[in-house]
Design a protein around this ligand. Structure first.
Ligand code: BGC
Length: 754
């Protein structure tokens, strides 16, 4: 069970949520788990990572520096749709009778299967088997396979394969977490029907982005009697007619190949050729590759939990979707909802650096590197943004974006979240500490670090020798535009320190590249001295009376929101933001997040005091919160709380905890589950060029294990109530720490669990 997501009955009420659950993707292309035969209640979707349309952001009052254009990931042509008729009656699960039904997502192979026994209203009993996967071998390729067998007599089958370019995006004007309008965004350049193939080529009206898709058919089995073609402006179809006798089957494979277009690119020729190649190689060839790809992935990062199968299923499900939705080419990233839905309009946030990158750094650093490259490739736009925001120099990364330009229209919980800059910087530090990849620092990292450091020096200022940062918003979106957000200040301090380290490191070890970079960006030695000064003298708000770290300068002087009496969650859908800003109430981990990310800087006593205070005023209305509270609870020995928060995190989408899984997965939360297991229960910390573990087992589990890639070594950690075992699965012997005990890990090492 724990490698599969099984749906045993068709339930209309879960349909739209399950379109997200059963979505498939490969980082470039994503399809929702909509039924092939369609369903009036769903929201079908097909997405290409990084493919967006522009729209004007309409403000009543527009001020300087407000972004004027938004970007929305668009729903591209649908190739899933088929209409299947049995003696002219349309197959639809909302009519006739479902005798058997099973849908199965196999996470070991990345394949979705659906098997149905259905009785038409005319009494024909038919078995239908659907299979699909989005290829990891060819990023533009999707395979669909169909098997249809009449079980109680002859039947005429009409199988209509549709290529539909007339798709629109989903919208809800009352929910700020999804787009508010949906219009047709495409103009169709070509729409062709050729023998057994369909083709469409479209361009977005404003962003002028082009893509095409070519759909090919192979009839493996079946007595074809007739073919018919239909074509409209933006869609086309082929109908294949068959006569089947009882127990005879029709078997059809459709392969759809998507690609971006562009100037002077012969899209049609390219797609035709690639589709023919896919056709020749065949379904099984790509399926074998698929199995191998996932098997390698799981081999690097599989987790086990004995004693809770549903939980294990949830964790694997999360890892599966994170892998699928993440761009792996350096020019795309991972949207907050992945490639599974249109929530947050397909935008990339700090979710990437703070939650998702650590997962890849410790399991698949090549992907982590590509995500950092994305930030490098958008650095020029971040520099432009800094100028728009009246900074003299430096780079300010966008709070939400697809193409690198800021597109958040509500600046208090958008642009004001300057911490995106230090989140990116710290993720480079984390990547480097675990991989020693100097090349990344030289090629991309250093420039990002230097430009983001500059931004801080132009944002903050020294007062009485202390460096202060005013007028920003921290991670908690129920508190906005405040002075000296603790999280931001301490993360900036660490990132400035790292920038100085990288500056000296490059100067010493890569002098040629160093000089080139310094000249390119005109960096002065005095600037670096200021980074040291600011980093060392960063002001961090502390409340002496309460003996806790303060979320910001004014936070603790506000009245506390009484969450025990509150019934209207999430608060953001019930209260004007200003009301929220007047109280001590948090949407998500903020100060506690700083203590988790920079754990090596805090002692447990302080974390405990802070935790006791901030937990009471945190709503966890953001799905980015519970995993962090689980990790912090683990640090301070609140094992029951750690367990409960972890349980709330791990099945967020499978159990629809936030009620909006229909709009797409909660990608940061999914990665946060893995962080909860490794950093929380596993007590993993990486600092001072060492890796530390402090494993604990929750009462409910017999045993658990996880794997970490650290400096090209794969370390497996297994924990049960009696023993803890570390095994070196790959690479040379490595130093690790178990609590404070040093171990030179050569093959495996077993200790008593105390
Ligand atoms: C959270 C942000 C997050 C965004 C996208 C919001 O609800 O408050 O921290 O970046 O969702 O996941």
């Amino acid at each position: 069970m724990n490698w599969n997501i099984l749906e045993k009955n068709y339930n209309k009420d879960d349909y739209i949520k399950n379109e997200t659950i059963f979505a498939l993707a490969n980082g470039f292309l994503g399809i929702r788990g909509s039924f092939d035969e369609g369903n009036i209640i769903g929201h079908d979707g097909t997405y290409i990572n990084g493919f967006y349309e522009l729209n004007d952001i309409k403000y009543g009052e527009k001020f300087k520096g407000y972004p004027s254009q938004g970007q929305t990931m668009v729903n591209v042509a649908n190739t899933k749709r088929v209409n299947i008729f049995f003696d002219d009656e349309k197959f639809d699960l909302n009519t006739g009778e479902i005798i058997e039904y099973e849908r199965n997502l196999d996470m070991r192979e990345g394949i979705l299967k659906r098997e149905i026994k259905w009785r038409s209203s005319q009494g024909k009993i038919i078995r239908l088997i659907f299979e699909r996967f989005v290829s990891f071998k060819e990023k533009g390729l999707i395979f669909y396979k169909y098997n249809i067998i009449p079980l109680n007599g002859s039947v005429k089958v009409s199988f209509e394969s549709i290529l539909d370019g007339g798709i629109r995006n989903y919208s809800n004007p009352d929910d700020p977490r999804v787009a508010s309008t949906s219009e047709t965004v495409f103009e169709t350049i070509e729409n062709k029907t050729l023998d057994d193939d369909l083709y469409i080529y479209q361009r977005t009206k404003r962003s002028k982005k082009e893509y095409g898709v070519y759909l090919k058919h192979r009839i493996l089995k079946g007595d074809l009697t007739r073919k018919r073609y239909y074509s409209k402006d933006d869609s086309s179809s082929i109908i294949f007619d068959f006569n089947l006798r009882r127990n005879e089957s029709v078997s059809i494979i459709r392969n759809a190949f998507y690609s971006l277009g562009g100037l002077n690119f012969k899209l049609f020729e390219y797609l035709k050729e690639k589709s023919e190649e896919a056709y020749e190689n065949g379904y099984d060839y790509y399926l074998d590759y698929q199995k191998k790809y996932y098997s390698d992935f799981w081999n690097n990062c599989n987790v086990e939990i004995e004693g809770d199968d549903k939980l294990l299923q949830g964790i694997r499900f999360n890892m599966f979707h994170i892998l699928n939705s993440t761009g792996k080419d350096g020019i795309t990233n991972i949207a907050a909802k992945g490639l599974t839905g249109e929530g947050y309009e397909g935008h990339y946030f700090w979710d990437t650096e703070t939650y998702i990158l650590p997962f890849f750094i410790y399991t698949n650093p090549e992907i982590a590197k590509k995500l950092i490259e994305f930030r490098y490739n958008t650095l020029d736009k971040a520099k432009e943004r800094a100028l728009q925001m009246n900074h003299k120099k430096g780079a300010l990364y966008p709070w939400r974006t697809i193409n690198g330009y800021e597109c958040s229209s509500y600046f208090p919980a958008g642009t004001a979240q300057y911490h995106i800059n230090c989140d990116i910087a710290i993720s480079i530090k984390r990547y480097f500490e675990s991989t020693n990849d100097e090349n990344l620092l030289v090629k991309f990292g250093a420039e990002i670090l230097f430009e983001t450091s500059r931004l801080w020096m132009d944002t903050g200022f020294f007062i009485d020798g202390e460096f202060r940062i005013n007028g920003v918003t921290g991670p908690d979106e129920y508190t906005a535009i405040i002075n000296n957000n603790y999280y931001t200040n301490i993360m900036v301090s660490e990132s400035l320190k790292f920038s100085v380290y990288v500056y000296n490191f490059l100067k010493k070890n890569y002098n040629k590249e160093f000089i080139k970079l310094i000249n390119k960006i005109d960096l002065m030695e005095e600037e670096v001295e200021e980074w040291i000064n600011a980093s060392e003298n960063m002001f961090l708000p502390y409340d002496k009376k309460l003996q806790i770290n303060a979320q910001d300068d004014s936070f603790l002087s506000k009245p506390v929101w009484d969450l025990e009496k509150e019934k209207n969650f999430p608060l953001l859908l019930h209260y004007h933001p200003l009301v929220l800003y007047r109280y001590q109430v948090c949407k998500q981990a903020d100060l506690i997040l700083a203590e988790v990310l920079l754990n090596y800087k805090f002692d447990k006593k302080q974390i405990k005091k802070d935790y006791d205070y901030y937990e009471k005023i945190t709503t966890h209305d953001s799905s980015l919160s519970t995993c962090i509270f689980s990790i912090a609870a683990n640090y301070i020995g609140y094992l029951e709380k750690a367990y409960n928060y972890f349980m709330m995190t791990a099945r967020t989408d499978l159990d629809n905890h936030h009620g909006n899984t229909k709009d797409g997965i909660h990608a940061a939360n999914m990665a946060g589950t893995w962080l909860g297991l490794t950093m929380g229960f596993g007590g993993m910390k990486v600092y001072n060029d060492n890796i530390y573990f402090e494993p604990k087992v929750p009462k409910a589990w017999k045993k658990y294990s996880f794997k970490i890639l650290y400096k090209s070594r794969r370390i497996k950690v297994e924990v049960d109530k009696q023993y803890i075992k570390y095994s070196l699965e790959k690479g040379d012997p490595v130093n690790i720490y178990h609590f404070n005990k040093h171990i030179l890990l050569q093959s495996s090492y077993k200790l008593k669990n105390r």
